[in-house]
Structure formats: C-alpha cells, structure tokens
Design a binder for this molecule. Structure first.
Ligand code: HEC
Ligand code: HEC
Length: 300
C-alpha cells in the first residue's frame, strides 16, 4: 500500500513539474515573439485640414473603421478586452491629453501605427486591426489622421496590457492574430480606389470597415477571433448565408439590426456604426457581397 502511495506521489510530482515546464516554455517562446522589434520604412501622407477632409476623417473613424469601438467614443482610451485567461487589453488614448499619444506622435508615426501596427519605438502593437487598415488609401488615411489630431484632448492614463496563458497558447498555435505586424504586408502601399457605387469600392469598405475582420477573410462567418466561445459567432455573409436577402433587407440589417422576418441581430454586430454609413456605401458593399464566392458557414 505504502509503495503504491509513494509511486502515485511521484507521478503527481512529475506531472506538476512537466506542467510548470510547459507553462514556462510557452511563456518564454511567446514572449520572444511579442518582444520582436519591427522596422518599417517611413511613408509620408499629405494631410489637409479643410473641413471636407476632417468630415471624411470623422466618418472613417466613427462609421467605417470604428476606431472608437476600442479606443473609446472620445478616443481617450478604453479597456476593450478583459478576459484575464486570454488577455487584458487597453486600447491607447489617441488624444493630445495626459496619458495619450497624440502630442508625441508625428504624422509618420500615425501612418506606421495604423497601417503597420508598429509603435514609434518598433514594438508590434497588440490586436490593433491593421490587417484591415493596411488597405486604407493614402487619401483616407490622411483624412483620418487629420481628424484624430483635431479631437479634444482627454486626460486618461493607460492600463498595462497582459496576455494570459490561453491567449498565449492560441497565439502560438496560430489561432489568434495577437501581433498583426507579423501578417501585414509592410512592402506595398494600397492603390487609390475611386469612391463609387461599385464592387471595387464595396470590397474596399468591407476590408477597411472590418466586415472581414469579424466575418472572416472569406466572409463566411464563424467565431470572432479572440472572443470567448459563448459569444455569438459572426454570420455567413456569402450567398450561402444571406442569399435570401434583398437590397432592402441588407439596408435594414445595417441600419436597424434586424434580419428579414424581424429577427434581431446580436449587438456584437456594430450597428451603431454601420447605421451611419451612407446609402451609397451600403449599396457598394451590397454589390460586392453579391460577387463573393458562396461558402458554407466558417468555410475558407
Ligand atoms: C479591435 C480594437 C481596435 C480598433 C477597432 C482600433 N484599434 Fe487602435 N489599438 C488597439 C489596441 C489594443 C492598441 C494598443 C496595442 C498595444 O498596446 O500593444 C491600439 C493602438 C493604436 C495606436 C498606437 C498607440 C500607441 O500605443 O502607441 C494607434 C495610433 C491606433 N491604435 C489607432 C487606431 C485608429 C486610427 C483606429 C481606427 C482606424 C483604431 N486604432 C482602431 C485596438 C484597436
Ligand atoms: C465586431 C464584429 C463585427 C463587425 C465589424 C461586423 N459584423 Fe456583421 N455581424 C457580427 C455578428 C457577431 C453577427 C451575428 C449576430 C447574430 O447571430 O445575431 C453579424 C451579423 C451580420 C448580418 C446578419 C446576417 C444574417 O445572418 O442575417 C449582416 C447582414 C452583417 N453582419 C453585415 C456586416 C457588414 C456588411 C459589416 C461591415 C460593414 C459587418 N457586418 C461588420 C459581427 C460583426
């Protein structure tokens, strides 16, 4: 009996040591990747501060690219993920107030952070959706930066970021884009896309508007990256998912958060932003969605 107990105690001890060793390995390997420094060539955009550019910048920040969803409606910074086993992430105060980056950032710094997810000191930004924003045209990016530089300063100190063990495991497994700089194309710059009710402009809006960020690169839906499993999955926007929609149904979904048959869409879908999209923008996205290949739910 004693022998068996002793053997069992040994087995438990070995197991504990193995788990601790695996935890440490995970921590150090992920930390090495998180600590990587990035060098990105400077790319200047020409800012204009006329009222048209500022209004365009505000529309991009609020209705299209939804910066305020994470950085706070006043852009003064906010805790936007607070799931300690996965991550606690604070989206930076973007204003010129105390605790904000606005006063210190040059225009080149803004470009590098938004399109490349890289800080002025070369650190890769965590979870900042630059995989989508890398497609912003120079003109739109300039308008966005000009607008953000014009917002009232907010004094709000940031809260340190922490990546928990599940977050690190998902990251190392390749299931979580924690450091977007690893996947952004740092070499090329997007071509201008004419603003029109066209498939091409609709594709542009679906990218920089984050539809692909939540509904997936093929828009076929699935669990939104980084969200807990009990959160609603994003819907399938390919013909297999919303092929039954008519144009007016699509307008109603984006403006009122209602599906055909008066079925409400979960509030994870950012209707408070999409309802501010112009008629022409919604029409362009609609035209584009009709051209994407049909995929089963979550299909690549
Ligand atoms: C899904 C959430 C999310 C959205 C949407 C988002 N950001 Fe961020 N952003 C973050 C997080 C998180 C950080 C901080 C990352 C870090 O600390 O490593 C960040 C960092 C930044 C930084 C770098 C600040 C610094 O700490 O040096 C800038 C600039 C920025 N975001 C601008 C924008 C702009 C402009 C938009 C809209 C076009 C936007 N962000 C939309 C999550 C988001
Ligand atoms: C922050 C994540 C997020 C973003 C960004 C987002 N969506 Fe959604 N969307 C969702 C989720 C989650 C659902 C499913 C909610 C549910 O099942 O009730 C959804 C549902 C929908 C639906 C309803 C589909 C159906 O099954 O009837 C439409 C249409 C839609 N989204 C279009 C868009 C478009 C177009 C964009 C870009 C302009 C967009 N979404 C951006 C999360 C998002």
């Amino acid at each position: 009996m004693k022998k068996i107990l002793r053997a069992a105690a040994w087995a438990v001890g070995v197991l504990v040591v193995l788990v601790i060793a695996a935890g440490c390995t995970l921590y150090f390997m992920s930390q090495r990747r998180l600590d990587r420094k990035w060098t990105v060539a400077a790319h200047a955009v020409t800012l204009s501060t006329d009222s048209l550019a500022l209004a365009r910048g505000r529309h991009l920040a609020v209705a299209i690219s939804k910066c305020g969803d994470c950085h706070g409606a006043d852009f003064g910074g906010a805790q936007f993920i607070d799931e300690p086993p996965v991550a606690r992430l604070w989206a930076t105060n973007l204003t010129r107030g105390r605790g904000g980056i606005g006063a210190a950032y040059s225009d080149l710094d803004w470009e590098r952070a938004i399109r490349h997810a890289v800080r002025p000191n070369g650190d890769g930004l965590l979870f900042m959706p630059s995989l989508e924003f890398q497609w912003l045209t120079d003109e739109d990016l300039a308008a966005l930066i000009a607008y953000l530089k014009s917002v009232p300063p907010v004094d709000r100190e940031s809260v340190p970021n922490r990546i928990g063990p599940i977050g690190r495991a998902l990251y190392m497994k390749g299931d979580l884009v924690l450091v977007p700089a690893e996947q952004v194309n740092h070499e090329t710059h997007p071509a201008a896309v004419p603003m029109a009710v066209s498939v091409e402009y609709g594709r542009y809006l679906a990218n920089v508007g984050g539809c692909t960020g939540c509904h997936g690169p093929t828009l076929s839906g699935g669990q939104i990256p980084g969200t807990p499993p009990d959160w609603k999955a994003a819907a399938n926007l390919t013909p297999a998912g919303i092929g039954h929609y008519k144009e007016e149904d699509f307008f109603r979904a984006l403006r009122e958060g209602m599906r055909p048959g008066d079925v409400p869409i979960d509030t994870l879908m950012p209707v408070k932003a999409t309802k501010l999209m112009t008629d022409d923008e919604i029409r362009a996205v609609w035209l584009y969605l009709k051209t994407v290949p049909s995929k089963p739910f979550g299909g690549r």
